[in-house]
Design a protein around this ligand. Structure first.
Ligand code: TYM
Length: 317
């Protein structure tokens, strides 16, 4: 593992699923590897999103990432649409990707059901753009949650197709999966935590104390639900206490109310310093804009090199 790349869509609030499944890893990995992280604003266009909202969400997302510990001195942070090359490489990859591979993507099927009046071509070719994002930087490792594994598998297929057709040029990028590969919903314990299942199903990074406490109080506590809460506790709380509670749960002695109280406390302890940093960056937006501009410049240098070589290889130059 040496060059790492990953991204997140600016389609709303960051939640604990994003954090535990991917962003926590991003922060840890920047200490050891060359990392590029980006805000996938072109991908956000596959849903109907108001232009001002998209702009605001992108900046808020940058603020959230910096507040969580992404350090522009260690990792390159940029906005996808600021770098020329993503869509150009995606077009070249489009011409190598069988439509049948795209039609079998679970996310395409799910998203098409969610927005039946807007099954646009971008929704279908979304994973091709994702492959281009990664391979534009010839990244080898991609820290993501479990829901992105199928897209990554397609990125490897696309890299292989390119290498076979032209010349061995792209690495086949591998996922880096965190222990919290699939964080579950508070409201629907069998589903993953996601923005699309309503406010009550997730804890957002920017939720205030009252909201966090209420959401956890209302969390479903069937058997799976309790296990999910215990798992969440294991990430934010005290491990010894977690083991004790797990044993109590197994012997039917665990009080759900006290688990919820402890969990809310542990999550709030994590959120407090992050939210303080969010307030700081919200008051210093020009700094954030500059970080994104500088990041885009860095990313563009790599992108330009790749595109010059790719164009040569495919005969566009
Ligand atoms: P996005 O924006 O949906 O999610 C960002 C990251 O959060 C992870 N994640 C979760 N992990 C565990 N449990 C959950 N409940 C949970 N919910 C979300 C996701 O797996 C992801 O790692 N297609 C990508 C964005 C993208 C990208 C890329 C990623 C575009 N190009 C290139 C990597 C490389 C997406 O929609 O992530």
């Amino acid at each position: 593992m040496n060059k790492l790349f990953s991204g997140i869509k600016p389609t709303g609030k960051i939640h604990l699923g994003n954090y535990l499944g991917a962003l926590k890893n991003w922060v840890e990995l920047q200490e050891k590897y060359q990392c590029l992280y980006f805000i996938a604003d072109l991908h956000a266009l596959t849903i109907k999103i108001n232009p001002d909202e998209l702009r605001d969400h992108s900046l808020q997302l940058a603020i959230d990432l910096l507040s969580l510990g992404i350090d522009p001195k260690k990792a390159v942070l940029f906005r996808q649409s600021d770098v020329i090359g993503h869509t150009e490489l995606a077009w070249i990859f489009n011409c190598l990707t069988p439509v049948s591979e795209l039609e079998r993507m679970t996310q395409f099927k799910d998203e098409s059901k969610k927005q039946p009046d807007n099954v646009n071509a971008g929704l279908l070719t979304y994973p091709v753009l994702q492959a281009a994002d990664i391979l534009l930087y010839r990244a080898e490792s991609v820290p993501v949650g479990e829901d992105q594994l199928q897209h990554l598998e397609l990125s490897r297929i696309i890299a292989r197709k390119f290498n076979n057709r032209y010349q061995r040029y792209f690495p086949e990028p591998k996922p880096v999966i965190s222990p919290a590969r699939r964080v579950m919903s508070l409201k629907y314990p069998e589903r993953k935590m996601s923005k699309s299942h309503g406010e009550a199903s997730y804890i957002a990074l920017r939720d205030d104390e009252k909201t966090v406490s209420q959401k956890i109080k209302k969390a479903v506590t069937d058997d799976q639900g309790v296990l999910n809460l215990l798992e969440l506790y294991s990430y934010f709380g005290d491990l010894k206490k977690y083991e004790r509670m797990m044993n109590e749960h197994k012997s039917g002695k665990l009080m759900n109310a006290s688990l919820k109280e402890d969990l809310a406390k542990a999550i709030l302890e994590f959120l407090k310093p992050t939210q303080e940093k969010i307030v700081y960056y919200e008051n210093n937006k020009s700094k954030v804009e500059k970080i994104l501009r500088d990041g885009a410049k860095e990313a563009q240098k790599i992108a330009d090199q790749t595109m010059a070589q790719v164009k040569q290889l495919v005969g566009l130059k």
